[in-house]
Design a binder for this molecule. Structure first.
Ligand code: C2O
Ligand code: CU
Length: 464
């Protein structure tokens, strides 16, 4: 755990009324449509967990009392409430990655809300406008806290979705553990200056290659979130027909087979899989990137074939994201680069103490905006095109808080007009991302390789 030097700064206020709420992690809507939903309790805890064949790992962080953070379910267009209770020594917050929340609910300490200290709580309440797969994680001391386990998947349901026979939610992440199964240093500076420091143990739902049953001949909706701090995946499905139906919480304009589809930290993949007819047949979700391909998880066909057809699946409803007016849009240039400049940093909220990366030549190492002004000020309701260029030899999953963008064009490849919150930019690629600045407030924009984020590749937009 890192030492927080300015512990009493911005101390969260309300810390009362915590008795008896530690047990429940299941949210419950009250019986009245207009009534406020009862908050889901998300309490951080330090636990021991079995992540390898060896001894249990100590100092694993989760929400709840044991095992991985719960899958948080919300309903599109219906109020949601959660109370973050901090049961660990270090201050924390929750960011609802990809969910378009009001600025006050975005969970970025210093910029938006006070840190939540040990024993304190913070109440989040918002209505998710979009259906899809999202995820949640702290935005304080992010490398350690997410690296040690605080990453959970969010499913926002839509009653109008096509009917599947089964749903699978998969949280993909690694752990940096030594041979004794205990945490080793979370990053190495020389790797942070390259593609990042990789985990040593790879898991899906905190398990090594778990197997799940699914109805033979049935249609499975597989929701996978990459919540790892570093790793970029290339997805392939073997043993069944599979198509990508949504990416990053939004339906894809055109469904396609995932053939080494690259996605980075922060991104989400939704697949429709048609299970084989024969009982016992195995379908595997694989990462085929790099020299060590890995089977991430498998599905086993069970029962008599349901004889479903992929063509039975109607389209997913498009989310209500405002359409960018490209002709009228103002352009914002973003250049992602490496930097040699080494700024001193004050260490608040887990700054790593190095700067290797910059956006428009400015490295920003912590979560504190001071003394850096916003990258750009956007006018509420206006259209913008972000012209983003990657001047580095590495890939960067660039994430924007609070608003969704549409991928308009790329200098290196044919792109569908995806709607997303995280774009994995390739070396030497120039991409155009269009958006309507329809959510007022300060919104972070950063690389989701957390070591890059924390060593300069962060900034923010102000929408007023
Ligand atoms: Cu998933 Cu700024 O974060
Ligand atoms: Cu990066």
């Amino acid at each position: 755990m890192t030492v927080l030097t300015r512990r009493n700064l911005l101390r969260a206020t309300a810390a009362t009324g915590l008795a008896g709420i530690g047990a429940s992690i299941v949210g419950k809507l009250s019986g009245f449509a207009a009534a406020k939903p009862e908050p889901l309790i998300l309490k951080t805890a330090s636990i021991e967990a079995k992540l390898t064949d060896g001894a249990p790992t100590k100092n694993v962080l989760t929400y709840g009392e044991a095992g991985p953070p719960p899958v948080v379910r919300m309903k599109k267009g219906e109020p949601f409430a959660a109370r973050l209770v901090n049961g660990i020594d270090d201050p924390t917050t929750i960011h609802w990655h990809g969910v378009r929340v009001p600025n006050k609910m975005d969970g970025v300490p210093f910029l938006i809300q006070p840190h939540v200290y040990q024993g304190d709580h913070f109440d989040y309440a918002f209505t998710p406008p979009d259906a899809g797969t999202f995820w949640y994680h702290p935005h304080c001391d992010t490398l350690i806290q997410t690296g040690h386990g605080l990453t959970g998947v969010i499913v926002v349901e839509n009653p109008n979705d096509p009917k599947f026979d089964s749903e699978m939610v998969i949280n993909l992440r690694d752990w940096r553990l030594g041979d004794d199964g205990q945490f080793i240093e979370q990053f190495r500076p020389r790797d942070a200056a390259r593609s990042g420091t990789f985990g040593t143990v790879r898991t899906a739902n905190w398990l090594n290659q778990p197997q799940y049953d699914a109805p033979a001949g049935g249609l499975v909706r597989l929701r996978a979130a990459i919540t790892d701090v570093t790793r970029i995946y290339a997805f392939r499905v073997e043993g069944a027909e599979a198509v990508v139906i949504a990416l990053d919480g939004n339906p894809v304009p055109q469904r396609f087979t995932p053939d080494a589809l690259q996605l980075g930290p922060g991104q989400r993949l939704e697949l429709a899989i048609r299970m084989p007819d024969e009982e016992g047949a195995i379908v595997s979700l694989r990462d085929v990137r790099g020299t060590k391909p890995k089977i991430l998880a498998t599905l086993r066909a069970v029962g008599k074939s349901l004889k479903r057809d992929m063509r039975d699946l109607g389209p997913l409803e498009v989310n209500p994201v405002a359409e960018v007016d490209v002709a009228d849009a103002k352009h914002i240039s973003l250049a992602l680069s490496a930097t040699a400049e080494n700024l001193p940093s004050d260490g608040i909220c887990g700054s790593l103490g190095y700067s290797f990366w910059a956006i428009n030549k400015v490295p920003w190492s912590g979560d504190t905006p001071d003394p850096t002004a916003p990258l750009a000020e956007l006018k509420l309701g206006k259209s913008y095109v972000i012209d983003m260029e990657n001047l580095t030899p590495h890939l960067h999953p660039i994430h924007l808080h609070g608003m969704s963008f549409k991928v308009l064009s790329s200098s290196t490849r044919q792109v569908q007009p995806f709607v997303s919150d995280t774009y994995l930019i390739q070396p030497n690629e120039k991409v155009q991302l269009g958006l309507v600045a329809d959510n007022p407030g300060d919104w972070l924009l950063h690389c989701h390789i957390i070591e890059h984020q924390k060593t300069g590749m962060t900034s923010y937009f102000r929408v007023v």
